[in-house]
Design a protein around this ligand. Structure first.
Ligand SMILES: [Zn+2]
Length: 282
């Protein structure tokens, strides 16, 4: 089973996770820039983080045979902090980088006016840079959040077929499907979707435009949830080809809209800016 995890925060994960993911079949992933838990107090902290997503983390992933790509954006939560808002002005210089395959994750957290501004501005940046957008839908008040998100997408210059709506569930899947956007489902250990509910949605709605991710991060999460969905699909009677479509071809097609998705692995480098993963020692 070949697996592309279209949404996982490897910065927060260990080398054991990289090894386990490789052993489970993960060969490529996208790491969206996001909220790190600890609030950032200046744009400079974002820039160091973006540089890590473009440099250090792909270097680390390559040691484990996994191709690493990223999405760059000002996340919805921190869009509310005026100290962080200037990040928006600096995004164009990141959006031209080769391994940036979308603008994201953008969207709503608490649905504030500052989030409105950041979402609309970043959908425009995606349109201007020929990139698709990864749009997070709120964890609270999900259906209202999805509807408001879709309104902003419809008012933007980015067509819905270049938008991935993420963190969907049973309450939002119908309207998201009707919108023409790509459909993302995050599978978590306790909350949101689990693998059996995911299989039920695939039975009801089919495998077209559906992407499944672990969204693993610094909270309780499981970087092998993509594989577990693949196994649950097979157990429920889906074919190997169906699993390949959901876990590989759909994410490749969506992020391939960027025109920058080489999947052949770079040869793992020994050094990144003079440092190895051996903590400096040769
Ligand atoms: Zn995320």
């Amino acid at each position: 089973m070949r697996i592309f995890d279209p949404h996982i925060h490897m910065t927060s994960r260990t080398t054991d996770d990289y090894q386990a993911m490789y052993d489970a079949g993960v060969r490529a992933l996208v790491e969206p820039s996001f909220w790190l838990g600890q609030p950032r107090t200046s744009p400079a902290s974002f820039f160091d983080y973006f540089d890590a997503l473009l440099g250090w983390e792909p270097f680390r992933a390559a040691q484990y045979g996994i191709a690493h790509h990223c999405t760059i954006a000002l996340n919805p939560k921190e869009a509310n902090d005026p100290r962080c808002a200037p990040v928006l002005d600096a995004l164009p210089r990141y959006l031209v980088k080769d391994s940036v395959v979308a603008v994201g994750e953008i969207g709503y957290d608490s649905m504030t006016p500052a989030e409105d501004t950041a979402l609309a501005a970043q959908l425009q940046l995606a349109a201007d840079h020929g990139l698709p957008a990864l749009v997070h839908t709120p964890h609270r008040d999900k259906l209202a959040g999805l509807r408001r998100t879709l309104d902003v997408v419809r008012e933007s210059h980015l067509p819905p077929e270049r938008v991935l709506l993420d963190h969907l569930n049973e309450t939002t899947v119908k309207e998201a499907t009707d919108s023409g956007a790509w459909l993302g489902f995050s599978i978590y250990p306790d909350t949101k979707m689990d693998e059996d509910r995911m299989v039920a949605i695939l039975k009801a709605y089919g495998t077209e435009r559906v992407l499944v991710n672990s969204a693993a991060d610094w909270g309780k999460s499981d970087p092998l949830k993509t594989r577990k969905v693949g196994d649950a699909m097979l157990a429920a009677g889906f074919s190997d080809d169906d699993v390949d479509q959901v876990l590989w071809r759909n994410p490749v097609a969506f992020y391939g809209l960027s025109g920058r998705l080489p999947l052949d692995l770079p040869t793992p480098g020994a050094l990144h800016e003079g440092n190895s993963i051996l903590r400096g020692g040769e």
